[in-house]
Design a protein around this ligand. Structure first.
Ligand SMILES: Nc1ncnc2c1ncn2[C@@H]1O[C@H](COP(=O)(O)OP(=O)(O)OP(=O)(O)O)[C@@H](O)[C@H]1O
Ligand SMILES: Nc1ncnc2c1ncn2[C@@H]1O[C@H](COP(=O)(O)OP(=O)(O)OP(=O)(O)O)[C@@H](O)[C@H]1O
Ligand SMILES: [Mg+2]
Ligand SMILES: [Mg+2]
Lengths: 165, 167, 167, 165
């Protein structure tokens, strides 16, 4: 089972539909400050089921919808899809490829899809759970995690250990 | 649940010691369960002693030593339950050149069973990548992604980037 | 005390706008006193809008944009009340090459009336220095300091380093 | 008035007496992780009068005394001196050079000196106050200040503005 690609549309600074494909081995993402690299890791967190907008640097969930620039109007919806290969049949469903999609509208309405079939967020989470992607506790790691992991309150370390158990 | 947690804890603890020694080359570290009678509630403490230094509070360690210790915890967890893919966002920023090198060797070893997506500003890290993407904002506030080959022209066309990666 | 604070606030606020524009080249920023009737108690808010982007919460800015915004606040304060010397410990770590360059130009300008001591891992920053010191731990856990000339042999003798700097 | 040099003896990882001289312009300090660079900025904070061990990454004030290695015994005292030129007569005392010294012993006993004359910490603070060095609020700046300055609680920004006023 491996990650094939991620598709972003209207997510934060990704006004246009963008596809990022991944091969085996290590992919490096580079670019100037503020160009959108961490927005990609936010997108992955979000499509894996992150419900806390603060962990996406926002205050409300619609902070993640492209909110326009001085010359571009805001969009009404954000959509992220994660495409995984099912070559090892790690997913107990009969598809060669698993595409998990999450959408949110300005109204607050959310939509979730597995291979274009509408479903609930918990269906996505259950599907991903056994493959180790059930939460992004240690799938997405950023600089601020150092102080959190080593901090006085050992809560973060505990959460990650429970994740691993 | 209690014995499962304890079991995981012991394994991660052992991994952590080993990973720490690999990344720091010298010194030792441990994961301590403060209240062994109460595994599901107990405070957990990380102790780390790089090089020949004397063990001291983790707060006294340098920025780079703390970052590398946190990275050791991360890889200790991956050894126990690997994630199929992993996003590392600028974890190498506080590390000196030698430590970046050891971090990248570890990413390479783990890379055999985990796809890593590494966000970075560090040249050493860029050079170690199998694939390289550049994120740009030609139009201010609007992100685009291009495939990059170090030393080559940037590939402007995203479809071409995808096809060239997935064959 | 109240009018002194208000007066300082207004000056720093104006400096901040200007410094921000110099470091970011485009966009604007402001320092807001939320409760103008209560200057000594009021919350203070920083708003920043880099490039052509739309103004949004400062939490949504990138790591590098936040660092450069904090650096703008710092230099805005220095313009009002310069410190005779200043220690900057790895402030350049999250910045890309272009932003490091602009940060260094500002350090150079202010350097005419403030001595800066800059701790860094960044090559660009090292090259911009007037003097360079290397801190080493030949013996693990024991620090020593040597004077360094980029491209030259490290000067092992500290007395020599001092004499060569103070003439 | 300019900074001439700093002398560290027994301060954190500086077991031996170390002198760092400064010229006009910008001095850069480099070296591998953990070699002692930030310890130098802690030393400057401390000699300027920092009383909170947490801002020096310690829990108690004797955390700043060299506590030994596997092959070296701990020391019983830490001492830091800051030497400033009085060429502009910014200091209202009749010396060409001002040397401010702070010492702490394992017992907790502290000593303060101005040009080798014993004094109290507040004498040092008063002497430095008018020259803008009265506190290290913005004399020593490190990476973690970004989140503090931009954080929700605007206390840090307020403290620094009061400093500037
Ligand atoms: N909802 C949104 N709509 C439009 N733009 C957004 C939105 N949310 C965030 N942004 C913009 O995205 C940018 C942040 O991008 P990101 O954090 O990905 O940068 P980065 O590439 O990681 O940079 P750095 O190297 O500094 O970490 C900010 O400038 C922010 O204004
Ligand atoms: N009281 C003490 N006695 C001996 N060593 C100490 C003492 N306090 C701190 N140290 C050691 O000093 C080292 C930290 O040094 P410092 O923070 O200056 O590193 P640095 O050069 O800034 O590194 P980085 O580049 O990672 O930020 C730690 O390894 C710590 O163990
Ligand atoms: Mg980022
Ligand atoms: Mg440091």
């Amino acid at each position: 089972m491996f990650l094939k690609r991620i598709e972003l549309f209207g997510f934060k600074s990704f006004m246009n539909k963008i596809t990022v494909a991944f091969g085996e081995g290590t992919t490096c993402v580079i670019g100037p400050n503020g160009c959108g690299k961490s927005n990609i890791s936010d997108a992955i967190r979000w499509v894996l089921g992150e419900q806390n907008p603060r962990l996406l640097r926002g205050e409300t969930m619609d902070d993640i919808i492209f909110n326009g620039t001085r010359t571009r109007r805001p969009l009404g919806m954000a959509e992220v899809s994660l495409v995984l290969s099912n070559d090892t049949h790690a997913f107990p469903i009969d598809y060669a490829e698993i595409k998990v999609t999450r959408r949110v509208y300005r109204s607050g309405l959310s939509e979730y899809l597995i291979n274009k079939n509408p479903c609930r967020l918990k269906d996505i989470r259950n599907l991903l759970m056994d493959t180790g992607l059930g939460s992004s506790a240690y799938t997405v790691m950023e600089r601020s995690m150092t102080d959190q992991l080593l901090g006085n309150t050992s809560t973060n370390l505990r959460i990650m250990l429970e994740e691993a158990a | 649940a209690r014995s499962l947690f304890l079991d995981t804890f012991q394994k991660v603890r052992k991994n952590f010691s080993e990973v720490f020694r690999t990344l720091f080359q010298e010194g030792e570290a441990d994961l301590i369960m403060v209240d062994e009678a109460n595994p599901l509630e107990s405070d957990l403490e990380i102790v780390a002693r790089p090089g020949q230094k004397r063990a001291q509070r983790i707060a006294l360690l340098s920025g780079g030593e703390r970052a590398l210790t946190a990275i050791s915890v991360l890889f200790a967890l991956y050894l126990e339950k690997p994630s199929p893919f992993c996003i590392l966002d600028e974890l190498d920023a506080p590390l000196d050149d030698a430590n970046v090198g050891r971090f990248l060797e570890m990413v390479k070893r783990f890379g055999k069973r985990t796809q890593f997506v590494v966000i970075t500003h560090n040249r050493q890290t860029m050079e170690a990548a199998n694939y390289l993407y550049g994120v740009t904002m030609q139009e201010s506030g609007v992100s685009r992604v291009v495939s990059v080959r170090l030393g080559d022209e940037a590939v402007e066309n995203e479809d071409e980037a995808i096809r060239s990666i997935q064959g």
